[in-house]
Design a protein around this ligand. Structure first.
Ligand code: NAD
Length: 249
């Protein structure tokens, strides 16, 4: 894996789950890392935490400026903050659609817009967006979430095209089902969370959920100088969920 010594990174939604695993791995590989999160109170030590809501432009601009000042620039931006919704098109009202699209899609727009002047100044600029297999998989009961991640996928390709000649690479990772506090909260809503977890694991091709570290490794690869020739791609880390057929039982 690549050495990130001398490079700086900003990870949104970096206080928990996939974002936290990514921030920790970048740090372990030698990067100087800042985290932008609604609640950065769990971030400490060499990780710098900045409180911001990606759905609020002023808070994003101030956190990105603060992080860039403290780090001395931004080489790597990981747009990972996201929020969820379940149901069909009949289940979520307009306000809920606006709320989720505002975080998952416009959140990336706002953070990238604020970070672009710093990325342009970098010799190793990379943006990695956390998308989802929901962008392309046709999952039931995920109309709004899937639409938001489909937009993240398209936005990744458009941003890659717009900034390729500026030396800024843009890619996304498409995780399957990852064992993070997010999934823990969904399971906790079930009548029997342990049974629900076992059923969820049984539905996975690998018979288990993915770990946040497994997704972080893909994000860190795409962010690294090793991936210097890679832009405009979606890297699935889904335990075979899309590519494999169900096991014959
Ligand atoms: P998580 O809940 O563990 O972490 C999400 C982090 O984002 C939290 O620290 C939260 O405070 C922060 N955040 C949420 N909304 C924010 C906002 N408006 N502004 C700033 N920070 C905000 O969740 P996770 O599972 O690690 O999810 C991270 C990303 O991975 C999301 O974009 C999600 O859609 C995506 N994803 C997750 C899974 C999964 O199975 N867990 C699968 C595919 C994609």
């Amino acid at each position: 894996m690549s050495d990130f010594s001398g490079l700086t990174a900003l990870v949104t939604g970096g206080a928990s789950g996939i974002g936290r695993a990514t921030a920790d791995l970048l740090l372990a590989r030698g990067a100087d890392v800042a985290v932008l999160d609604l609640d950065p109170s769990t971030v400490s030590g060499p990780l710098r935490g900045y409180a911001a809501d990606v759905s609020d432009d002023a808070s994003v601009r101030s956190a990105v400026a603060g992080a860039a000042d403290a780090l001395g620039g931004i080489d790597i931006l990981v747009n990972n903050a996201g929020t969820g919704a379940t149901g069909t098109v009949e289940d979520n009202d307009d306000a809920e659609w606006h709320r989720v699209l505002d975080v998952n899609v416009l959140g990336i727009v706002r953070t990238t817009r604020a970070a672009l002047p710093h990325l342009r100044a970098s010799a190793h600029a990379a943006v990695v967006n956390t998308c989802s297999i929901a962008a392309t998989a046709g999952l039931p009961q995920r109309a709004l979430y899937s639409a938001s991640k489909g937009a993240v996928h398209a936005l990744t390709l458009a941003m890659a095209a717009d900034h390729v000649r500026e030396g800024i690479r843009v890619n996304c990772v498409n995780p399957g089902t990852v064992d993070t506090p997010w999934v823990g909260r969904l399971l906790d809503r079930a009548a029997d969370p342990a049974a629900e977890r076992a059923a969820l694991e049984a539905r996975q091709p690998m018979g288990r959920l993915l770990s946040a570290d497994e997704v972080a490794a893909a994000i860190v690869y795409l962010a690294s100088p090793v991936a210097a020739g890679v832009t405009g791609t979606a890297l699935a880390v889904d335990g075979g969920m899309q590519g494999l057929r169900p096991r014959p039982e």
